[in-house]
Every structure is written in structure tokens, then in C-alpha cells.
Design a protein around this ligand. Structure first.
Ligand SMILES: [Fe+2]
Length: 177
């Protein structure tokens, strides 16, 4: 798969949750540029940052990983698209039987995280908050520096506080600066 090297952050077994079967289904579904603004490069970064945050927040990592690859999968454009979260919940529901190994509780969290991820909410279960923060921390790709009061978790705020000037990457938690 093109861009495969983007999908292997150190120490994480990508294929355990994000299976080739799931990637195939998402790729067939995704209408936009696969490596564009809301495509696989963004999803890989959201996954990597989400797993980093989850080590601190205790979020359920399987939900965080699936959120990263599904939350923007049903966009119809890279601009304003207020229903893309709701469409992605429908897509996740279609995929559940064949591609997603989640119990009912985790699936409910995944759907909440996906449906409301672009509405700016702060209050939710910590797994949902971690998903939202991972997505918001990747706003730098569109020239928007993440703001501490717009993320949900202390772990995300710490990551922002360690961020160097706009245009550089977020510093992972635990990295000496
Ligand atoms: Fe996103």
C-alpha cells in the first residue's frame, strides 16, 4: 500500500486492529485523495498521537486506533462537511461484523467519538476525549495551532505546551526537550 511506512509507529502492531481487510474496505469507500488533507497520512498521525495520549489517559487503544482510520472516512470534501461523522458511524456499523472486533461497550464509544468529533465538545468518556484530542492535535497540517482550551485531556495540553513554533511537529510525551 502506498504510504505504508507512515503506518508503523514504533512499537505498535498496526495490523492487529487496522487489518488489511479494514484498509481495503476504507480505501474502497473513501471518495477523496487517499494521501490528501483528510486521508491516510492524517489518520496515521492521529493513530500515533492517540496511542501516545492513551498511555497517559488510559483510553482503550483499540477504539482510538479504529477512530483514527474511520472518523474522516466518509468525507465528501475537504471543506465544511458537517454530516461526515454521522456517515462514518453508518459505515462503521456496516463494517462491524466483518472488520471490527469490538464488544458493545467499545463500539458505543467508537460511534460517539466518530459522530461528534468535529463539533468541538470537551466532555465525554476518556476514551472518546482521547480520540478527539488526537484529531485536534493534528490541526497544524492546516495551519492551525492546537489551543490548550480546545482539547479535552491534560495529556494533550502537555503535548501542546511542549510544541515548538508553528510548522514543527508535536513533541511526544516523555521526550526530553
Ligand atoms: Fe480528522
Amino acid at each position: 500500500m502506498e504510504g505504508n511506512s507512515l503506518l508503523h509507529p514504533a512499537g505498535a502492531d498496526l495490523k492487529r486492529v487496522i487489518t488489511p481487510q479494514l484498509i481495503f474496505a476504507i480505501r474502497r469507500k473513501y471518495d477523496l485523495d487517499w494521501t490528501g488533507l483528510h486521508g491516510v497520512r492524517h489518520w496515521a498521525r492521529v493513530r500515533k498521537v492517540g496511542l501516545e495520549l492513551a498511555r497517559v489517559t488510559g483510553a482503550r487503544t483499540n477504539v482510538v486506533e479504529l477512530f483514527s482510520f474511520l472518523h474522516d472516512s466518509c468525507r465528501r470534501g475537504d471543506g465544511h462537511d458537517p454530516d461526515h461523522g454521522r456517515r462514518a458511524v453508518g459505515f462503521a456499523t456496516q463494517l462491524r461484523a466483518d472488520c471490527l472486533e469490538l464488544d458493545d461497550e467499545d463500539f458505543t464509544l467508537l460511534c460517539e467519538a466518530i459522530e461528534y468529533h468535529s463539533e468541538g465538545h470537551l466532555g465525554a468518556d476518556v476514551t472518546v476525549q482521547t480520540c478527539w484530542d488526537a484529531d485536534r492535535l493534528d490541526l497544524e497540517r492546516v495551519g492551525i495551532q492546537p489551543e490548550p482550551h480546545k482539547v479535552c485531556t491534560e495529556a494533550a495540553r502537555k503535548m501542546i505546551s511542549r510544541t515548538r513554533p508553528l510548522g514543527t511537529s508535536l513533541t511526544p510525551l516523555g521526550t526530553r526537550t
